[in-house]
Design a protein around this ligand. Structure first.
Ligand SMILES: Cc1cc2nc3c(=O)[nH]c(=O)nc-3n(C[C@H](O)[C@H](O)[C@H](O)COP(=O)(O)OP(=O)(O)OC[C@H]3O[C@@H](n4cnc5c(N)ncnc54)[C@H](O)[C@@H]3O)c2cc1C
Length: 441
């Protein structure tokens, strides 16, 4: 890893919105930061969202400038497609072992021209579009990716050299190997974010069997103008859906699937997606089956009322079962709470499961920070120091500590950066980049 120094003031693990904010805030205070992201691009969940609640701002329009700011900051070094293998306390500071996965593309030389991508004949389902769109075996991760550098997927590549022949910078390198390095850092901020509960978490909803039962992140991509279809269509046959259902708490508040807590963002993202469907497809009916609507943030209650005023049907009900019927439509067995528990079978042509939020990373013994009972990192002083981990010098930001929305993730990232800066000042753990000892920069 040619450009990586042996020493940084701060390491940020995870380049979602929280990690980017933490890196910017720490670097803004004069510290040198290494931001490590496991994916080929930074941006986390946010860069794939369509709009954000409650403002309905374009998500990537807000996220992409921040990604660029991180990439161009003079005190931030970005290391993508890299895994953290071990973090060991040095008191003060930490020794960190990193593993950079091979892109089979020389990162420093690639100009992101996409010629390699266009020369590749292999099409595979695209992870960024939750398998609804296609990508090539060599590809730029997505239109807003940072860095705009191609990555080759060795599992699907034919290794026929078609991409190498057209590369104007001669930067395809089939012989690349994983690279390991060990560095020292003064402090660590963990912002490893979220995953959503698996589609098969609740077997009775058939999320893993029925093509028109969608996950909400896939729906974000379907609603995006640069998504797999460019408009809202149902996956099975490309038809415009006439009746869309959202099933709330489809992966939260359910001890039987190990997620007893509320995931906090599902009510709001369902309302947001429902509003966006209505804006695009005026004649489509959208129904949200919910147990409680939790609209807890600034402007959220008003957003809920707006959704109702714009014609979204919100029905207090428990969905017991989803069954695929003819035409790949879905029949929902629903207990209607406001009708004394009457059970009804209601048909929709597209269903979105409002799945829950679970931790993005379970580090095991890679990181000396314990997990709380809910699987997110433990926060011993939650009421007063929400960014502090139980380990001196390691701080936490964003969904790494529990489900939250983007504004809360950003605020917490700022708090983590401030705590980290104070720790560096207090312990003298910051030293100039490249040095193994010396005063704070
Ligand atoms: C369907 C859906 C819609 C949503 N819509 C909205 C909305 O409209 N408005 C809103 O406010 N919130 C919304 N949210 C919530 C929002 O996505 C989160 O608040 C936000 O993404 C949290 O950012 P984060 O940086 O903490 O985590 P993430 O976005 O998950 O980023 C974490 C990053 O860390 C990386 N990472 C993880 N582990 C490692 C590791 N070991 N090493 C290196 N890198 C690692 C990941 O690859 C990822 O890039 C939505 C959530 C969902 C599921």
């Amino acid at each position: 890893m040619a450009d990586i120094k042996d020493r940084y003031d701060g390491l940020v693990i995870g380049g979602g919105i929280a990690g980017m904010q933490a890196a910017l805030d720490l670097a803004g205070q004069g510290f040198h930061v290494l931001l490590v992201e496991q994916q080929p691009s930074i941006g986390g969940i946010m860069v794939g969202l369509n709009k954000v609640f409650p403002t309905l701002d374009c998500s990537s329009c807000i996220c992409t400038p921040r990604m660029a700011e991180v990439a161009h900051h003079e005190r931030i070094t970005l290391l993508t497609y890299t895994e953290v293998q071990k973090v060991e306390p040095l008191n003060p500071g930490f020794r960190v072992r990193l593993l950079k996965k091979p892109r089979y593309v020389v990162e420093a030389d690639c100009i992101g021209c996409s010629l390699c991508e266009l020369a590749c004949d292999v099409f595979v389902p695209h992870e960024f579009d939750y398998q609804l769109g296609a990508r090539r075996a060599i590809y730029i991760p997505h239109a807003n990716a940072i860095p705009q550098v191609a990555v080759l997927d060795p599992e699907h590549c034919m290794f026929d050299g078609a991409c190498a022949k057209v590369c104007p910078k001669d930067c395809i390198d089939f012989s690349q190997l994983p690279e390991e390095c060990t560095i020292e850092v003064g402090t660590v901020i963990v912002s490893s974010g979220l995953q959503i509960t698996p589609m098969n978490a609740k077997k009775e909803y058939g999320g893993d069997r029925y093509v028109n039962v969608m996950n909400p992140l896939a729906m974000e991509r379907v609603q995006s103008s640069n998504g797999p279809y460019g408009r809202v269509l149902r996956p099975s046959d490309g038809k415009v859906p006439k009746s869309v259902a959202y099933v709330q708490c489809a992966g939260s508040r359910d001890a039987s699937i190990g997620v007893p807590y509320c995931s906090r963002v599902c009510c709001m993202y369902a309302l947001k997606q429902a509003i966006m469907i209505k804006h695009e497809l005026h004649d489509t009916e959208v129904t949200i089956y919910y147990m409680d609507i939790r609209a807890f943030g600034k402007g959220y209650e008003q957003f809920y009322r707006r959704a109702v005023a714009e014609g979204i049907r919100v029905v207090k009900a428990k969905v017991a079962q989803i069954t695929e019927v003819e035409g790949r439509d879905l029949s929902l067995r629903v207990e209607l709470i406001d009708e004394g528990g009457r059970v009804a079978e209601i048909r929709h042509d597209l269903v979105v499961l409002s799945q829950g939020v679970v931790p993005g990373w379970h580090p095991g013994d890679v990181l000396p920070v314990p997990e709380a009972q809910d699987g997110f990192f433990e926060v011993p002083e939650l009421a007063t120091r929400p960014a502090r981990s139980p380990v001196e010098g390691i701080f936490l930001a964003g969904v790494a500590t529990g489900p939250k929305d983007i504004p809360d993730a950003i605020v917490e990232a700022g708090a983590a950066a401030m705590e980290a800066a104070m720790y560096l000042d207090r312990t003298g753990a910051a030293r100039p980049v490249g040095a193994t000892s010396g005063p704070r920069p």
